[in-house]
Design a protein around this ligand. Structure first.
Ligand code: C5P
Length: 246
């Protein structure tokens, strides 16, 4: 994985579609403009490993965003199956699964070590970017969310995880606590010209410029590109913004 090459390598487009045919049709339109495609639970539930194979064949790497959260043995097995699929560069689990689960997932990844520098990287989701302070408190997580996220990132790092998925608002503090090599992937990206609407499910949002300046290695972007009148122009505008912010 080359992180600092072309600015487009920092752009991960979320293929949140309900069928492989619509995901493929869209992915083909923007494949030359993106660093990776993200296949999440919606597309994977509909089309499974076939989606990974066919999207990977378009060229960009795959972030298989299945956010596992289960007992360590089950998660380790799931991660092994993920990294056996072609083109998978990033996989993830929930940090809230705990240290033993994170460690089991990291061990499973190192079983793919034969792939050397190209082995897939493991990320831990800290606290979903859709959760605001009230929602975070409702599930029993107290204190400032930034501190909780940093603690979860440190727990993940200690367990051998390569990086985290977190909001831009926490990125600087994570970078400071976990160092330069630790990967930071930020969803919840919204454009300055088109900020999050009232009914947007993302709560902790930021612009591409803010994400890069805060130290994000990768930006995950879904709807700002998927629902744009001209998705290619939207993707290109985000790549240009990344380039300018670097
Ligand atoms: O459409 P939007 O840009 O909000 O898409 C963000 C993508 O990132 C979605 O596919 C969502 O599943 C994913 N994601 C997220 N928050 C996380 C982890 C992943 O929004 N913590």
């Amino acid at each position: 994985m080359s992180f600092d090459a072309h600015p487009r390598s920092s752009l991960i487009v979320a293929l949140d579609f309900d069928s492989l045919s619509s995901a493929l049709k869209f992915a083909k339109r923007v494949a030359d403009l993106v660093g990776m495609f993200k296949i999440g639970s919606q597309l994977f539930a509909a089309a499974g490993p076939q989606a990974v194979r066919e999207i990977a064949a378009l060229g960009p790497g795959i972030f298989l965003d299945l956010k596992f959260h289960d007992i360590p043995n089950t998660v380790a097995g799931a991660i092994l199956s993920c990294v056996a699929m072609p083109g998978v560069q990033l996989v993830n689990v929930h940090a809230l699964g705990g240290g033993a689960m994170l460690h089991a997932a990291a061990q499973a990844i190192s079983a793919a070590q034969a792939m050397g520098a190209d082995r897939p990287r493991l990320l831990a989701v800290t606290i979903l970017t859709s959760m605001d302070q009230k929602a975070i408190r409702e599930v029993g997580i107290g204190g400032a969310s930034k501190n909780r996220v940093v603690k979860l990132a440190q727990l993940a790092k200690k367990a051998g995880v390569d990086g985290v998925v977190a909001s831009v608002q926490e990125a600087r503090a994570i970078r400071k606590a976990c160092g330069r090599e630790f990967l930071i992937v930020t969803p919840g990206v919204r454009l300055k010209e088109k900020p999050a609407a009232k009914d947007d499910d993302q709560a902790r949002t930021a612009t591409p410029t803010e994400a890069i300046r805060a130290g994000a290695d990768f930006l995950v972007v879904g709807r700002p590109i998927l629902t744009a009148p001209d998705p290619r122009a939207a993707a290109q505008a985000i790549v240009d913004e990344i380039a300018a912010a670097k």
